[in-house]
Write a protein that binds this ligand. Sequence first.
Ligand code: ZN
Length: 242
Amino acid sequence: MGRVILFVLMFLSAVGVHAQRVPYTKEFNELQCALATCFLEFEQDPLPADTTAAWLRWKTVSNYAFGKNRGNLLMIADVDALHPHFRELVKTLIAQCKAKGITLAVVESYRTRAKQNEYRAMGKKYTRSAGGSSKHQYGLAVDVVPMVDAVAVWDNLALWRKVGTTGEKLGLRWGGRWRHPFDPGHFEWTQGLSAHQLAQGIFPQLNAKQDTTGIQHELQRLSAYWKAWEAEQATVARQTQR
Ligand SMILES: [Zn+2]
């Protein structure tokens, strides 16, 4: 059923019914630059090891109101903010897409509860998940967008399908299969764990070949950074609510 819907959407996309130009040219251009910078920097400038304020260096995309309100809080767009194993899968997805001629930019990686609650308050077309129940809050989900000639292409369903199937072959769950909301830029890796289990601190099992000690150590470090971001955005959220 999902496939049939996808094909219909791809057909509509091909005949141009779905295509629309974004009228907010200035904001749109700024977003392209921000996304392109995120993408380029993550390849060349890996985060330095343990420094207590390393979370402050995570790349963010400030929010642009080009036809879609993204709220007030910054979006964290750094793959270093992701679970170490999932991060490698995301990098592989980006590399494999690149080999197919598709450049992906990271729009949002880790997301605080404060940010998730902001989306939730903005309505169902953004998310149905409240703070704590999105996989982004555990570093296990990412949102990407294909870039064509330095322009983010949100509405090319044939392109999304190529990206989506590439991710699925890597074992990622793809939001392009969902309908509420249809979320083709979203990929997650949870090995079937529920948000409830994740909230209890349970992370997906790693296979025996992996450096579990190194990954556990990095997860501890990440947890501290996630908490720091949480505190930061909760403060900003309180200030903007006043
Ligand atoms: Zn997402």
